[in-house]
Design a protein around this ligand. Sequence first.
Ligand SMILES: [Zn+2]
Length: 243
Amino acid sequence: METEGLIIKSTKYGEGSRMLSILTPQGKVEAAANGANSLKSRLFAGSQLFCYSKIVLKKGKGRLPYTSSCDVVENFYGIRNDVLKVSLGVYFCELLGIVAVGEDTERELRFALNTLHMLEKAEDYTYLKPLFEMRLMSLAGFMPYGECCGICGGRERLNRFSAEKGGALCDKCGGGKRVSEATLEAINYICTAPDKLVFSFRVSKEVEKELCQVCEEYLLYQIERTPSKLQYLQIMLDNPQQL
Ligand SMILES: [Zn+2]
């Protein structure tokens, strides 16, 4: 099978080999990369996390296919120069592994590549966390209510958000957490903007903080588990002075 793919997980396996999780346009694939741990291996470069490559997979003797060749298209190397960027990237990859489970993951793959590109280039990039969480949920079919109340369907005085009720709530229905109009607007934008424009929004640091809380809560409620990389990322985000 010839495909393109983003390495979303790469772990040591056996003697000098690696086990890869690859997000392709046709879903997530697990494959061995025999000998890839060696610097001399022609699979070494392409089997690193964040690497996007043209990949040839072949049927092996075991259960999993093996990587016959991989030609690196983009390695997002710049992410590795910043420990907080790495933590964000690792977290995004873990989320992709959890959420991008169907057989048509073309949009998730494009979105992931664009996000890694932004993460690599941008100086101000913490807004990528809520953006990635909410957009990924939307792409996976879990778009929250944004323009109308999740209980009564009304469009007036929306000023609350509840992960449990599926999104925005109005003042009359109550419940959830009080949020600013700017936060609800940002959520709407993240969920509905065309692919090309989704990264071009900016909010104040105050709104970003609220947006971060709301999006994370929504994501955790939807995926019903806590990603293992999230706790470490939280510590990094809360203590930027220690970096
Ligand atoms: Zn309502």
